[in-house]
Write a protein that binds this ligand. Structure first.
Ligand code: NAP
Length: 496
């Protein structure tokens, strides 16, 4: 039985917040209408209500935005690291000062519960604080040529204007994870947020302006037809880099487009995370870790535990405990006090999750809790635990992107590792065991860019985030994150 709260209509507070949020494109330091005057609606996924209309960029608006970024590049590259450091630190402070209202704005457009949305604002802000520091640490090198007669001077320079494309599931953090290093490195940019969640990035534009980002350095262009707007910008070659977070399917299309002018690329793509619980794991810790790895963002995270493999001696106990905790969660409008699980992003997401669950049941999975789309408005799906999910079930190969835990038993370590690696993705994996040797052995054998060892969350601005295989190219965050926005230049100096 799912605990459901009834969604409610917008309050006066929500309306005031929305009235104060920019809804125009942010181009060359100004909020402007789309040139053709087009707009699109932003919908609250908890209620299906239209929150507001936002300017809808056309290819011509994209061109104007890129022109602004190109024009601003040389001056911005010439700013000192300390100037860029101060801008980023100020933006960090402003984000934290406005954490509550920005959190609510995110909940309204994306659906996640208010506490999680505020947590994301803090996480997003931390990228700015981190990269404020990295701006001061851009380094180089000097050495004597080993053959003699010359010196090597190695310097780093900004790659140039960047195109940044972000998804809807972390509307603020996926933006700051790109803008932080771009600004720190001295790159200008044009950012296109997902059409479902443009408001967080537009609110951020206001903050960046207040923090002292010069005109044209950051441009934000919400658009309904992402492909039509972005493809000519990518193919123009005037931007020198594309940083994309989204699905592997779209990432592959963009990689092809980038090939034409050989743009630098960073690709944070889809995941299909395995979650392994060995017979020597601490069961309480494993269940708690699974709740985090599964339920963060209602399961709508690239890092979500998608395939949960539990040693056959533990699986009944693990399944019962997980089902109890999942069933105890309160589902409802994220803006309502007490809601722990918000709606999915839209109707398509809700019916996709429903289809995957039906398919797993048809392949013999047992429903321990949840499993049915609730009646009423909003795109809700109940926390669900399925036990005995067959390898042939579609959810073993596809991202579920919803609050559904798919449990499958295993007997040996080899079997678990083979199952974990049996995917074209390689973003993250979770391993629960108290045997140190096994922990290291398994972590080394798993083909993923990140491993959570006895922990259910790996995301941290100070650590390198990214995947192997079809989960992407490059890393964001950590000390390597800024390198993605820097070119290394070698100057050979004759000394003879
Ligand atoms: P998506 O459909 O690939 O969209 C991502 C972004 O790309 C959106 O801004 C979208 O714009 C834009 N887009 C779509 N088609 C495009 C095209 N032809 N040209 C240029 N831009 C285009 O993914 P999503 O459904 O929003 O996000 C979920 C996916 O992101 C999942 O696969 C998840 O695993 C992945 N993700 C990965 C990470 C990571 O760090 N690895 C983090 C978060 C999410 P519109 O929405 O306006 O069409």
């Amino acid at each position: 039985m799912t605990n459901m709260q009834t969604p409610h209509a917008q309050t006066a507070d929500h309306q005031a917040l929305l009235r104060g949020t920019p809804t125009q494109l942010f181009v060359n330091g100004e909020f402007v209408d789309a040139q053709a005057g087009a707009t699109f609606d932003v919908v609250n996924p908890a209620t299906g209500e239209v929150l507001c209309s936002v300017a809808d960029a056309s290819p011509a608006d994209g061109r104007t935005a890129l022109d602004a970024a190109v024009a601003a590049q040389a001056d911005f590259a010439a700013t000192t690291p300390l100037q860029r450091h101060r801008i980023l630190l100020r933006a960090f402070e402003l984000l934290m000062e406005r954490q509550d209202e920005l959190g609510l704005l995110m909940t309204l457009e994306m659906g996640k519960p208010l506490a999680e949305a505020k947590g994301e604002i803090a996480y997003a802000a931390e990228f700015f604080r981190h990269f404020a520091g990295e701006a001061l640490r851009i380094d180089g090198g000097f050495q004597s040529s080993p053959q003699g007669g010359a010196r090597f001077l190695i310097t780093k320079q900004p790659v140039g204007p960047c195109l940044l494309i972000t998804p809807w599931n972390f509307p603020m953090a996926m933006g700051t994870r790109k803008l932080g290093p771009a600004l720190a490195a001295g790159c200008t940019s044009v950012l296109k947020p997902a059409h479902q969640t443009p408001l967080s990035m537009l609110a951020l534009a206001q903050i960046l302006q207040e923090a002292g980002v010069p005109d044209g350095v950051v441009n934000i262009i919400p658009a309904m037809d992402a492909g039509a707007v972005m493809e000519p910008l990518i193919r123009s070659g005037e931007a020198r880099k594309l940083s994309f977070t989204g699905s592997t399917k779209v990432g592959k299309v963009l990689l092809e487009q980038c090939a034409e002018k050989v743009l630098r690329t960073s690709m944070e793509l889809g995941g299909n995370a395995p979650f392994l619980v060995f017979e020597d794991a601490d069961l309480d810790e494993a269940v708690a870790g699974c709740m985090q790895a599964k339920m963060r963002n209602m399961g709508e995270a690239c890092t979500s535990a998608n395939r949960i493999y539990v040693h056959s001696s533990l699986i009944d106990d693990f399944g019962a405990r997980l089902a109890k905790r999942m069933g105890d969660l309160t589902v409802g409008d994220g803006a309502l006090e007490g809601s722990q699980v918000g709606p999915l992003i839209d109707e398509a997401a809700q019916s996709k999750v429903d289809g995957l669950v039906r398919d797993a049941r048809d392949h013999g999975a047992r429903v321990l809790v949840g499993g049915d789309v609730p009646e009423g408005e909003g795109y809700f799906y109940p926390p669900t635990v399925l036990q005995g999910v067959a390898r042939e079930a579609r959810m073993q190969a596809e991202e579920i992107f919803g609050p559904v835990a798919a449990l499958t038993p295993f007997d040996t370590e080899d079997e678990a590792v083979e199952a974990a690696n049996d995917t074209r993705f390689g973003l993250v994996a979770y391993v629960f065991t108290n045997d140190l040797r096994r922990a290291i052995r398994v972590a080394e054998r798993i083909e993923a860019g990140m491993i959570g060892l006895n922990q259910g969350v790996v995301s941290n601005p100070y650590a390198p985030f990214g995947g192997m295989k079809e989960s992407g190219l490059g890393r964001e965050g950590g000390s390597v994150g800024i390198e993605e926005f820097l070119e290394t230049k070698y100057i050979g100096i004759a000394m003879g």
